[in-house]
Structure formats: C-alpha cells, structure tokens
Design a protein around this ligand. Structure first.
Ligand code: U2F
Length: 562
C-alpha cells in the first residue's frame, strides 16, 4: 500500500500518551513545528512524485522514557537536564507520521508487550503470532526490554529494528565475539546488528545511519528581522545546568570585557554560585523563547560541555556565531569520563565536531581557549562580523523527511539484496572496476550494476594512507565512506588494482580489513561482513576504502540516490 503524506499532526499527538514532563515537552515541540513539517511534506511530495512510498507498520518504543529503565530524564526536563534526545524523538515521530506510515507509540513495557503480542504474565518466550510491525524504532534501553520479552523471537526479528543512538556504535563494538576478544568494552551490550541499524543524532560515523533532527526554519520576514535586531555585543552562554559553568570564570571575565553575557541556566530560588553576577540569567527557557533570545544575540559560546547537542545548530540557524573550544588532545572513550563505556572510539576534536567540520567559518569558530589572545581575538572578530542565519538542508524538516523516506524505502537488513560471499576466490568483478588517474577505482561496466542501495555508480574506491581510517580517507577527498560497498570490493584483485602488493593474502575477522600492510606486503580480507568498518584505523595498514559522493547539505544521500 502506498503511504499518503499527512496533512495534520494533531492525531499524532493523540497517539502519544500523557503525564510525563518529557512527553509534554515533545508535544509542545510538535505543535510549534507543525506548520513547518506540513510545508516540508508538501515540498518533498512534489519532489518524489511517483516514486514508491510504501506504507509501513511501525512501532516506536522509546525505552529511555519507560519506568522500567528508571526514566531519569523526564523529571529533569524543567531543571536543565538533557533535552537533545527528546528533541530528536519528537522529530522522528513527526517525520514517520508525516510520511504517512501507520504508527504505534509506547513508553511503557506493558504496552510494548501487548503490541508485540506477548501474552500477559509470560515473558521471555518466543512470540506465538508473527510480528505485525515492519519496523521498530527504539533505543538501547528499548532493545534490552524487547530481548527480555521476546525470547528467541528477538533474534528472528532484530533485523527490523532501528536503534536511535545519540553518539553511535562502531562495528568493532557491535560484534559480540570480536568485541569480547579484543576488549571493545561497552556499557550497552553487544547486539550483532547491521551497523547501519544504529541511527545517530549527527552524522558521526558513516558506519551508522544519520537520523538527525530538525531546527526551526526562518522565513524571509524573520530573516530580515534577525538582520535588523542583532545586538552586536550580546552573547549567550551554552549550558543550561550550573555545573557546565564551573571553573569557567576566566573565560567569562574576558568575554564580559567585550560583551553583555546572557545565560539560560536553571535555578530554583537563587542564582547558582557558578554563574557570575554580571551574567543576565533568564533561567531555563521554553524552546521558543530561547529561539527569540538567539535571534538577538551575536555570539553563542560553548565551554566544552554538553557535547554535540542541538543548541549550537539552533544558534547558527538564528544568525549567531558559535564559538567553541578545540580539544587537544581529542576527547574519546579512552580518555574522557563522559564517553567511557560508549560503543565508539570516535575522537571528538572540539565540543561539536559537526559544527567545526561541516559548518565551520564564518558561522563556527573553534579555538584554543587556553590561548587568551586567540580567544579574545575570536570574540572581537565575531563582534565585527556580519553573518546570515545558516541551516544545512539535512537539518530542515524537508531534509529529514527526504533522508528518512530514502532509508525506509531502501534500507533492508532482513534479506540483504546482495549476498556476496566474503571469500577471496569467489569475489571477482571482472573489469567492472577501472582505475582513474592511477589513484582510485570507479564502477564502469557494460553489465548491469548489482542492485544495491546506495547505487554502486556513486562509488569511488581508494587506499587510505597508513594509519588512516576510511572515514577520513574519503572525507579528505570530499567523499564519504560507504560501508555498504565493502562487500563488493573485498578482494585481493581490487587491492592490487590500486597498487597494493600482496605476497600473501589472508581472510580474517577484523574491523580493519580489507587492508594491506605495505612494509611486509601482506594483504588481508574481511571474513565477517558485520565488521566492515569505515572508522577502524591502525598504523600498520593502508585500508581499502569504499567512498561515495554526497549531496551538498545531505551527507546521508548520494547524488543519484532516490
Ligand atoms: C546534549 O544534550 P542537551 O539537551 O544538553 O543539548 P542542548 O544542545 O543543550 O539542547 C537541547 C535542547 O534544549 C533546548 C534547546 C535544544 O533544542 O532548544 N533548550 C531549551 O529549551 N531552553 C534552554 O534554556 C536551553 C536549551 C545532547 F543532545 C545529548 O545527546 C547529550 O547526551 C548531552 C550530553 O553531551 O548533550
């Protein structure tokens, strides 16, 4: 059945349940952004026209909001606690609904059981009826709950899961046996999912799918108002909890020399001691009021925490410059408490690497805060600058709908469309890949390309430098690593076409392979498809990297992706 784009959001609100502060926050957000979503839906509909938009039966189970997982978030909604996850879930719901799918939504394990068809009082047994959902959007907590209540059926149906996972899960941490053997420890368990089933808040690693969220879009009148009303010397500090301001007196003093400093820090009765008296503290604001404040402010300034939240994007979308600290060395699960136990080795080079690397100057300035001169110079530059509001397409409602629509119609993890044997001799693509400029391979064949998504025609295959990950090898060439293609390039022949010398070749389970070790002329192929990884890196190896092109402002999609 073809899904029809929806023309209202109010019935979605009725599906959502009541009571919790988190649900109230999400519903408010949905109401506020309703017009934006509906307009985006009309635009996307016109673009995709007669392309298939099959209606799916979808269950959304937001595990972290269930009582059974402790629901530590809801009581903190009005107290400066994290809101990023709720922003994202509200937007996921809006997008799925507007795209026309049939939705069931739950934040309770009891309800989950009844939707799954687990008879009351019986846990941990296989389901007696076939699962009625094509897709289940959930999170790590929700997945754990499903496993507990579905018994053996969990294995059977896990390919239908889509796991909303803020910071991402790299393949080495996902594969149970490999992670256990090689010490890729996580607090979140090992699920052996297809890595693309994990969906992140920002495009953190191309091993996962980028889900994202949206930001308020300005119309022409609002843009003009922003241009007129900007206050040259007004700064807003990023951090709604007093603890985020601790130890930042020095930077605040420098900032205060030049600008009027505003904050939105939650407080009960008195000004928190971490927030200096010269700061005009508005208290935690409703989202809409924060947007108004950002429309006036010139600078939105981060002091290192929280990492990678939505607020800096909102600031830039309202015409602020985001100033943030560079981290040297980078923060990661190896050296920083916040990331410890998270299933990723990603190195975070500043408070918000997406802002730093994908948006960058003039909207974002990333500087060394310990260098007072550099810090002060940045503030002065920002005060002098004239900068327009900026929002990457991928964070508009249309962009999110486009991306999610493509995922829902094309991503298939239950029956992989191309079951290529991962074995040296069997994988051969006679003359399908040709060498260009003696540097990289592209698909060029009179035979029809294998049916896969994204299409193989977007592929460009490179060897990384020694020690480099495929994520960065592709990025350096203005491409993005596409793990889906690993399965068709995992061969000695492809390595050799790119100049690798293979005196011996082995097929091994490792998140670094396919790769060549140039010093000893040994080549390695991948034996375990779940371990194909863009993010892996090791000094000894030049990795074989499947890259693809991407659309400006929509990194998740290749130029020819529908
Ligand atoms: C991030 O969580 P946070 O919720 O702390 O992220 P923020 O960037 O601070 O903002 C989330 C939303 O809070 C809103 C603002 C953002 O959309 O509009 N808000 C508000 O309504 N009123 C205010 O006064 C100030 C902000 C990240 F998203 C999480 O994934 C991480 O777990 C967390 C820790 O790194 O950081």
């Amino acid at each position: 059945k073809q899904a029809a784009f929806r023309t209202e959001l109010s019935s979605l609100l009725d599906l959502m349940g009541t009571g919790k502060e988190s649900l109230i926050f999400m519903k408010k957000r949905l109401r506020r952004l309703e017009a934006q979503w509906l307009l985006a839906a009309r635009r996307l509909e016109a673009k995709i026209q007669d392309k298939p938009n099959e209606q799916k039966q979808i269950l959304v189970h937001i595990g972290f909001l269930t009582e059974e997982s402790g629901d530590v978030f809801s009581p903190r909604v009005l107290k400066g606690g994290p809101l990023g996850e709720m922003v994202q879930w509200a937007d996921v719901l809006a997008a799925l609904y507007v795209l026309g799918h049939s939705l069931k939504i739950t934040v309770s394990v009891k309800e989950l059981q009844s939707y799954l068809g687990v008879p009351p009082g019986r846990g941990n047994c296989p389901l007696t009826e076939p699962l009625s959902f094509d897709l289940i959007y959930t999170d790590y907590h929700g997945m754990q709950q499903m496993k507990q209540h579905m018994g053996l059926s969990f294995r059977k149906y896990r390919c239908r899961l889509r796991v909303v996972d803020t910071f991402g899960t790299e393949p080495a941490y996902n594969h149970e046996e490999y992670a256990t053997l090689h010490g890729y420890r996580t607090n979140w368990g090992y699920w052996n999912l297809h890595p693309k089933q994990f969906m992140t808040m920002f495009p953190h690693t191309p091993d996962n799918s980028f889900m994202g969220f949206v930001t308020d879009e300005l119309n022409e009148t609002e843009r003009q108002q922003v241009a007129q009303n900007k206050v040259r010397n007004m700064a807003v500090v990023y951090g709604k909890e007093a603890a985020m301001w601790k130890g930042k007196e020095k930077f605040l003093a420098v900032l205060h020399k030049h600008m009027e400093v505003h904050g939105t820090v939650y407080f009960e009765t008195q000004r928190p001691p971490e927030v200096p008296a010269f700061v005009k503290n508005h208290g935690l604001l409703p989202q809409q009021d924060l947007q108004q404040l950002l429309k006036k402010a010139k600078l939105f300034i981060g002091f290192g925490f929280p990492y990678e939240g939505p607020a800096p994007l909102e600031a830039v979308a309202n015409g602020c410059v985001f100033l943030q600290p560079r981290f040297n060395p980078s923060h990661s699960s190896l050296n920083h408490e916040f990331f410890r136990g998270k299933p990723t080795s990603r190195e975070v080079s500043s408070q918000h690497p997406y802002m730093e690397m994908t948006i960058g100057r003039p909207h974002v300035m990333t500087v060394d805060y310990n260098d007072t001169r550099e810090f002060e110079a940045a503030i002065k530059t920002i005060m002098r600058s004239k900068i327009e509001p900026y929002l990457p397409y991928e964070f508009t409602s249309e962009g999110m709908l486009q991306r999610l629509h493509a995922y829902i119609q094309h991503q298939e993890f239950c029956s992989p469309p191309l079951p290529i044997p991962v074995n040296t001799s069997q994988v051969h693509l006679p003359s399908s890949l040709v060498l260009i400029n003696r540097t990289h391979l592209v698909w060029s064949s009179s035979e029809p390309p294998p049916s896969m998504w994204p299409p193989v025609t977007s592929m460009k295959v490179w060897l990384s430098a020694e020690g480099e990950s495929c994520t960065s090898a592709c990025w350096d060439r203005n491409l993005v690593c596409e793990p889906t293609f690993f399965s068709i390039i995992n061969s000695q022949r492809v390595l050799e076409q790119l100049g690798a010398q293979c005196e011996s070749t082995e097929s091994v389970m490792s998140h670094l392979y396919p790769a060549v070790s140039p010093s000893v002329r040994e080549c390695y192929l991948q034996r375990e498809p779940l371990l194909f990884s863009c993010s892996g890196q090791s000094t000894k190896f030049r990795r074989l990297c499947p890259c693809r092109d991407y659309r400006h402002g929509q990194i998740a999609l290749c130029k020819d992706c529908s």
